[in-house]
Design a binder for this molecule. Structure first.
Ligand code: NDP
Ligand code: OXD
Length: 309
């Protein structure tokens, strides 16, 4: 069995080592721009170029080294008609829980304000927020959104979630569909996005929707930057409607040096690290799925191109 490997950062050797250790019958074939594509059974890739995609029509499946599929589906009709399989959790849910819980607690316990006070040498206790009024709303009830909600519920926060299709999750107020979004947002004090980037979610968090959040709300975006209309968000922060924002993802990454987000004290920035691909977990999951496909069985996390995720 031959497995083509490609990453846009060029770091494929550790992946090759891990695949060959986990699947001794496999030969890995690293691909670099400009090289011909040798015949392979599977491709394991991240952020491919059009030149690579054009030549993947012969593989049995394309596996992604990440959870989000937008960087691949943007190629539309140029994508080969083979199954595309993304990572499902593979160690990312635990990291996402840590990141989001940290950000929510920071706002709930007003650490963001204490950080600013300390920089100005101010010793002053602030009135604590009331937990029963600090509802956390998570957009996206998938592999990552559900564990995040569970962890926040365990901490005693009122929690609500929004998805495309209806859900029933214990202890979570569930909303589904565009027609429920305004109601969902109006009762959400901390909004967390864990939605995939699709034509429907692109710019979803614009002035109209963000204004539905109650005054003094917070936003945590750990999904994709293009879901946020950046000028609208800045205007709402400056108007005092949004009290604090934590962004791990941006429309253009790396966030360009002159971008106004860098100088906005109410925005906390991290460089797309909320849930990293853990190579060992990823290889274990992909090897398991290759085994299923080889036996003619179905695998989870196959991308639905019509849905866009
Ligand atoms: P899933 O596919 O498991 O879940 C997606 C959820 O979003 C589903 O509940 C789905 O609804 C919902 N959804 C999709 N479109 C809509 C819509 N138009 N309206 C309402 N709900 C919608 O994805 P994951 O949980 O695995 O990952 C979510 C995203 O997180 C990824 O797509 C990726 O962009 C991002 N990510 C970011 C990382 C980072 O480091 N910052 C790391 C990993 C992922 P339904 O259940 O009804 O289908
Ligand atoms: C992913 C990501 O989608 O790293 O896996 O954002």
């Amino acid at each position: 069995m031959r497995i083509l490997l490609y990453r846009n950062d060029g770091i494929v050797e550790p992946w090759a080592r891990d695949f060959e250790a986990a699947l001794p019958e496999a030969e890995t074939v690293p691909w670099r721009e400009g090289q011909p594509v040798e015949r392979c059974d599977y491709a394991v890739i991240w952020a491919p170029t059009p030149a690579l995609l054009e030549q993947l029509a012969q593989v049995k499946a394309i596996f992604l080294m990440g959870a989000g599929v937008d960087a691949l589906l943007k190629f539309g009709d140029a994508l080969p008609e083979v199954p595309i399989v993304r990572l499902g959790d593979a160690g990312m849910a635990e990291q996402m829980v840590e990141y989001v819980v940290h950000a929510v607690l920071r706002y709930f316990r007003r650490f963001d304000e204490y950080e600013r006070q300390a920089r100005d040498g101010i010793w002053e206790a602030l009135t604590p927020h009331v937990k029963s009024e600090f509802t956390v709303g998570v957009l996206g009830l998938g592999k990552l959104g559900v564990p995040v909600l569970r962890a926040l519920r365990q901490l005693g926060f009122p929690v609500r979630g929004w998805s495309r299709t209806p859900k029933d999750l214990p202890g979570v107020e569930c909303y589904a569909g565009m027609e429920t979004l305004d109601a969902f947002l109006s009762g959400t004090r901390v909004l967390v996005s864990l939605l995939p980037l699709t034509p429907e979610t692109n710019n979803l968090l614009d002035r109209a929707h963000l204004s539905r959040l109650p005054a003094g709300a917070y936003l945590i975006n750990v999904a994709r930057g293009a879901q946020v209309a950046e000028p609208d968000l800045l205007a709402l922060i400056r108007a005092g409607h949004i009290a604090g924002v934590t962004l791990d993802v941006f429309r253009n990454e790396p966030l360009p040096a002159p971008h106004p987000f860098w100088n906005e004290p109410r925005i906390t920035i991290t460089p797309h690290v909320s849930a990293l691909t853990l190579r060992e977990d990823a290889v274990r999951q992909i090897v398991h799925k290759i085994g299923l496909l080889e036996r003619g069985e179905t695998v989870a996390d196959v991308v639905d191109r019509t849905r866009g995720y």
